[in-house]
Design a protein around this ligand. Sequence first.
Ligand code: NAI
Length: 208
Amino acid sequence: MKKISTNTLRRLPRYYALLDEMVKAGEDKTSSGKLAKIMGLNASQIRNDLNCFGGFGQQGYGYNTLMLRDEIGRLLGKERHFGCIVIGAGNLGRALMSHINFKDLGYRLVGAFDSNEAFAGQMVAGMPIRHISGLDDFCRLEKPAVAVLCVPKDAALELGKQLSRLGIKAIWNFTPYDLSLELPNMVVENVHLEDSLMALGYRLQNLD
Ligand code: NAI
């Protein structure tokens, strides 16, 4: 698969959502100018992004929304249905299980685990919470590819290593512990909602 830059990658989900809206609204083509206006970028930036993976633009025609949406979806793995488990079914883990549409994003939520015995058997979003002691057997059987890590910081590294040994390939890491350095063979996406709030503070101060 062709390599794309990190900046382009970060914009692809937004392109996907926009194109999906257009397809559903019956718009069969669009232009770099229109996409640029909606996304607050300039048209050459859009063309550059979309050319990165072949693009579906034709001079004088623009982009075929359906083909471009599906190509971006394919690049983002939306058709792969990666098996996914949640580790740490506390406040955040439960919120993600209830509110993230894993299926639409190309994932299958297949299990949820917590070390709190009192949680075992509780149902969240139609999924039973299992005790963490069953993680090894579960992974050997189900072979999930992805773990969503929602445990306290001090539990992150040990669990990350265990998940790596169990064949998990990728971690959607919500803990404040950056696992990417110690687990170089895994794909780690660190998510920090607070970063976004802090960036908001900077922009707020520079409004004028
Ligand atoms: P919480 O305390 O409600 O949930 C944590 C859960 O992890 C608990 O149910 C606990 O029993 C379980 N747990 C602890 N050790 C475990 C282990 N070794 N194996 C399996 N389960 C284990 O905490 P909350 O609020 O859900 O936060 C979870 C994590 O997410 C924390 O690290 C927190 O700092 C982080 N967080 C990150 C945000 C972000 O933007 N990235 C936003 C909010 C929280």
